[in-house]
Structure formats: structure tokens, C-alpha cells
Design a protein around this ligand. Structure first.
Ligand SMILES: [Zn+2]
Length: 105
């Protein structure tokens, strides 16, 4: 497949212009991958996990919420994340935590 320099951002397009093209391209690749089914750590159902936030997943079968890798339910952290990606993940996790905290109060 020839490499295209045209605007192929796919699902990462929603990130707008906030992040560099390199990150967005990588996000697109990973997000395409994560559309596959994953096994729930609790009920063991092979299903499409619902992503609540970066690194937070929910099993639609049993409702189990768990933390996994930021992009796919299996932990991919420590694989080949760039510092920008890690920062992005931390940012999203922070946002999610704050949202949860607000709900509880
Ligand atoms: Zn489950």
C-alpha cells in the first residue's frame, strides 16, 4: 500500500489540531486495531469492550469496569509509546478521574 500524505486521520480526526500528526496517525492505527473483540477479565466473554476513557474499559455483558491499556484492553503501556502519547493518556486519565470525583460529590 503506498503511503499517503493526504489527510487520512480517520477516527483520530476528532482530536482536531491539538496534537501532532505523528500522534494522530498512530492513534488511528491503534484505534482501528482496538475495534476487535477482547476477552473480559471477569466473565471471560469475548466481546467488544466499551471504552469509557483512556485506559478505562467496560464489559457490556457483565458491566465490569476495569483499567487496561490506554488503547486496547490489554496493557500496551511500556510497548512503544512516545512521550507525547503518554502525556495524552495521562491527561485523559486525569480528566476521567475528575469526572468520577464530581459525580460522587
Ligand atoms: Zn464481562
Amino acid at each position: 500500500m503506498p503511503f499517503s500524505h493526504t489527510k487520512v486521520v480517520g477516527p483520530a480526526g476528532r482530536f482536531g489540531a491539538r496534537y501532532g500528526m505523528g500522534v494522530r496517525r498512530k492513534v488511528t492505527q491503534i484505534e482501528v486495531k482496538q475495534r476487535g473483540k477482547h476477552r473480559c477479565p471477569r466473565c471471560r466473554a469475548l466481546t467488544r469492550m466499551e471504552r469509557l476513557a483512556f485506559g478505562i474499559w467496560r464489559c457490556p455483558k457483565c458491566g465490569f469496569t476495569f483499567a487496561g491499556g490506554a488503547w486496547v484492553p490489554q496493557t500496551t503501556l511500556g510497548k512503544t509509546m512516545t512521550p507525547e502519547e503518554l502525556r495524552l493518556i495521562e491527561l485523559e486519565k486525569q480528566k476521567w478521574k475528575e469526572k468520577v470525583k464530581k459525580k460522587k460529590e
